[in-house]
Design a protein around this ligand. Structure first.
Ligand code: CPA
Length: 123
């Protein structure tokens, strides 16, 4: 079974893409299985090396949106792509808006190997 850390990587990691096209989110949301059964409404891809994302677990501790205490904010800005389902888009035709941003990100980390398990936002 897919672990929480593996799920985070499938949903949020894309280190090798530097420039994204307008169709990036439509292609990636499908390729990474986030358009199965329903269109996932919002999802962020991170274009930085995995180790640079994993060390966020040792950076600034913040409260998660769900009130849990295990979120961490990156000390540096990261290259990310924000994917948002367009208004009027209806499953199974998942049509996303693609927006490239450079922002500090917030992730949740869990003990075992202290790995990133949730993308909590960008600020
Ligand atoms: P995901 O990373 O799979 O916010 C809902 C989803 O939208 C979330 O999906 C992230 C994504 N999103 C995004 N970019 C944004 C805003 C939202 O990509 N700008 O996280 C969901 C999974 O993580 C669930 O299995 C529950 C788990 N989870 C949530 N908070 C957690 C916490 N504090 N500790 C451990 N697991 C947590």
């Amino acid at each position: 079974k897919e672990s929480q850390a593996e799920k985070f990587q499938r949903q949020h990691m894309d280190p090798d893409t530097s420039t994204v096209t307008a169709s990036y989110c439509n292609e990636m949301m499908k390729r990474r299985n986030m358009t199965v059964g329903q269109c996932k409404p919002v999802n962020t891809f991170i274009h930085e090396p995995l180790p640079d994302v994993q060390v966020i677990c040792f950076q600034g501790n913040v409260t998660c949106k769900n009130g849990k205490p295990n979120c961490h904010q990156s000390s540096s800005k990261m290259r990310i792509t924000d994917c948002r389902l367009k208004k009027g888009s209806k499953y199974p035709k998942c049509d996303y808006q693609t927006q490239q941003l450079q922002k500090s990100i917030i992730v949740a980390c869990e003990c075992v190997q202290y790995e990133t398990v949730d993308f909590d936002g960008s600020v």
